[in-house]
Design a protein around this ligand. Structure first.
Ligand SMILES: [Zn+2]
Ligand SMILES: [Zn+2]
Length: 130
């Protein structure tokens, strides 16, 4: 007689579809066709890992987005002939603006506002993901 792989006492007559364990009637959930060990396991194990990967992708995407945004900002604001430009560096959530030329302070102010807006949107999206 094969004994139940879960409780080790009762004679087994059922197969778990998930882990293939041979279990007894009392250690088997007929509705799920799984053993009690598998039914107790969080079914979202896979989904949880997926969500974690997704959140990491989302973070990378948002960082990439911020970098691309700052990059395009530099191109827009450093138009030839203007004689002024601005650099925005993001150190974590803190934007640091460096400007040069006659419109540097204006450009720096505008781009700082834009970058701040971008960060607020980023934080908002991240908050909603949770
Ligand atoms: Zn059992
Ligand atoms: Zn099982």
């Amino acid at each position: 007689m094969v004994r139940c792989e879960v409780c080790g006492r009762a004679p087994a007559g059922r197969f778990c579809l998930r882990c293939n364990a041979i279990v007894c009637e009392s250690c088997f959930d007929p509705s799920a066709e799984k053993c009690v060990v598998c039914t107790r396991l969080p079914q979202k194990g896979f989904q949880k890992v997926g969500a974690e990967i997704l959140s990491w992708f989302m973070r990378l995407f948002l960082v990439g987005l911020a970098v691309a945004f700052v990059g395009s900002l530099l191109v827009l604001l450093s138009l030839p002939g203007e004689g002024s430009g601005v650099f925005i560096i993001l150190i974590g959530p803190i934007p640091i603006g460096l400007g040069y030329g006659s419109h540097a302070s204006t450009l720096a102010a505008v781009s700082l506002i834009l970058v701040t807006a971008c960060i607020i949107v980023t934080l908002y999206v991240r908050k909603r993901l949770r």
